[in-house]
Design a protein. Structure first.
Length: 270
């Protein structure tokens, strides 16, 4: 006999609180270590300034309009590139994944294009668009598209054959089967692809701004580096990391909301 164990809301909140405390402890330990290394002479302050000094410069940056303009430029490029990649990957993933012959026909092309590093397209992006935002979008869309597209293909292929045949027997058309059978099965994969694509898109956004020089936090880091402002470089890197954490938290919240019916979100364990 199979027994089903259900995690209570109190237990779920307790586990979440423990994870938050462990995460906070880890961050605190890293800050203490960072502060101590230059003070004890284990690292040169001109190469690794103390965390307190970096925090002071970051606080100054937070009070400047130029910093928030750079954050806005980074988020705009990230969100626009991710949205384009998500829409294209979702549509193509469902269309190609639902046609086994088309999927088999395009497999070799996908396996050829997917491993190409997005940074290898930087010269092409500069040649086509210069330092315009379109250069950044080209890299972001290319990198995020494959993360989402592959997950959608897996999700479409994971549809229960019995459910598919049952839908056919009840006379559901192609679009109805996609809506009521394929979509619920593929949605967890799609959200996983979105989470992976969001992280990759942010990395490529900052990388493109750093190398190409399009407006954003990456460009600010490049300017601080070229001017020898080491503390400012560290402060901007910390800001970029904090932005990545916020993006991840936001995407996970969206994932939990979209999959609130799924057992992985409801906390049910067989």
């Amino acid at each position: 006999m199979t027994r089903t164990a259900t995690t209570t809301p109190d237990a779920t909140r307790g586990a979440g609180a423990n994870r938050a405390l462990l995460g906070a402890a880890g961050v605190a330990g890293l800050i203490v270590l960072w502060e101590a290394l230059p003070l004890i002479g284990a690292a040169r302050p001109q190469y690794l300034p103390p965390a307190s000094e970096v925090a002071g410069v970051l606080a100054e940056r937070l009070g400047s309009a130029a910093f928030w303009t750079a954050v806005g430029d980074t988020l705009t490029s990230w969100a626009l590139g991710l949205a384009i990649a998500f829409a294209a990957a979702t549509v193509l993933g469902f269309l190609i994944g639902s046609a086994p012959r088309v999927r088999a026909f395009t497999t070799s092309t996908v396996e050829f294009l997917r491993p190409i590093p997005s940074v290898a397209l930087i010269p092409l992006a500069i040649l086509l668009y210069g330092t315009d935002i379109r250069s950044t979008l080209l890299l972001v869309v290319y990198a995020a598209f494959w993360q989402i597209y592959i997950q959608v293909l897996y999700g479409v292929a994971d549809v229960d054959p019995v459910a598919e045949q049952t839908a056919r027997c009840y006379g559901l058309g192609r679009l109805a089967r996609i809506r009521y059978v394929v979509w619920p099965s593929a949605l967890p994969y799609l959200m996983t692809g979105l989470r992976l694509g969001a992280a990759v898109a942010l990395v490529l956004t900052v990388t493109a701004q750093l190398v190409i020089g399009s407006p954003g936090l990456g460009q600010e880091i490049a300017v601080a580096r070229s001017s020898g402002a080491v503390v400012d470089v560290y402060a901007l890197i910390v800001a970029t990391g904090a932005l990545g954490v916020l993006v991840n938290v936001g995407i996970r919240a969206l994932e939990r909301r979209a999959l609130r019916w799924h057992s992985s979100v409801r906390g049910e364990v067989l």
